[in-house]
Design a protein around this ligand. Structure first.
Ligand SMILES: Nc1ncnc2c1ncn2[C@@H]1O[C@H](COP(=O)(O)OP(=O)(O)OP(=O)(O)O)[C@@H](O)[C@H]1O
Ligand SMILES: [Mg+2]
Length: 245
């Protein structure tokens, strides 16, 4: 038997999770899209499951989805960058049940694979924290694992975040996933010893600090630097082995 191995470029893709809901995943995801756009012509954000809509021009819309689209450089069909849009701003499994929707991880993965064909870099923002329930039996961790992506952890700096960050890093690695980096987000200007907390996590998370986001009265994803690992500045390589027989 003869095998040939071809090396084909593949979209860079990352899964963004956080220590909690409301810790800056969307702000960082948008910043990451802007940073990646310096190296990749087509970047797109994906919010597989969004819970909470408001009517804009009579059409239900979700803030995260709009923010990621604003930071993307290509337009894609809405059913790909946001396959599940749920009206109620509650945990996705409850929002889905209320809407009579079944969240199908295989479908979310298929949408992500389609986006990889349409863009050079795909930034996927998870809902809530890593173990947020998506159904009675599945969580965001199952989605991250099914997508099989490197994970970036956004740490919302507030009292208790060290425990949340360590637990989340452990959960990511327990799924066999790579913690590709983490982000320190100064969401609470009144928090004491912020730099000591960052120093602890730099020692213990065993992953690079990609950004330290200052507290901003009007948060702007272009207002702080993102440190991109060199590997993210190039398309990834797909090892595509074909059996010739
Ligand atoms: N560094 C910051 N300074 C000031 N406000 C911030 C900062 N980071 C985030 N925020 C604000 O905190 C709120 C939550 O941020 P964001 O929406 O990015 O969090 P999230 O983790 O994506 O939340 P969700 O779980 O709802 O997706 C937003 O109103 C955002 O503008
Ligand atoms: Mg968000």
């Amino acid at each position: 038997m003869t095998y040939t191995t071809t090396l084909a470029p593949r979209a860079l893709s990352l899964f963004i999770t956080g220590t909690d809901t409301g810790v800056g995943k969307t702000l960082f995801s948008a910043a990451l899209l802007h940073a990646l756009a310096r190296y990749h012509p087509r970047v797109v954000g994906m919010k597989p499951v969004a819970a909470g809509t408001e009517l804009i021009d009579g059409v239900p819309a979700n803030d995260d989805v709009l923010a990621l689209r604003a930071a993307s450089s290509v337009r894609v069909p809405p059913e790909l960058d946001n396959p599940v849009l749920l009206p109620d701003p509650v945990s996705p499994h409850i929002a889905a049940e209320r809407a009579g929707v079944c969240i199908d991880i295989a479908h979310l993965v298929a949408c992500h694979r389609a986006l990889e064909q349409l863009a050079d870099a795909v930034v996927v923002e998870g809902a809530g924290g890593f173990h947020v329930p998506l159904s009675a039996t599945e969580t965001g961790a199952d989605l991250a694992q099914a997508l099989d992506l490197p994970v970036v952890l956004v740490v919302g700096l507030r009292l208790g975040c060290l425990n949340h960050a360590m637990l989340t890093a452990e959960a990511i690695r327990a799924r066999g996933l790579t913690l590709a980096g983490w982000v320190a987000n100064h969401i609470d200007p009144a928090m004491l010893a912020q730099e000591d907390n960052i120093a602890f996590l730099q020692q213990r998370l065993r992953a690079p600090l990609l950004a330290s986001i200052p507290y901003q009265a009007a948060p702007d994803p272009r207002a702080f630097p993102v440190c991109l690992p060199a590997a993210w500045q190039h398309a990834m390589t797909r090892h595509d082995t074909t059996l010739l027989a």
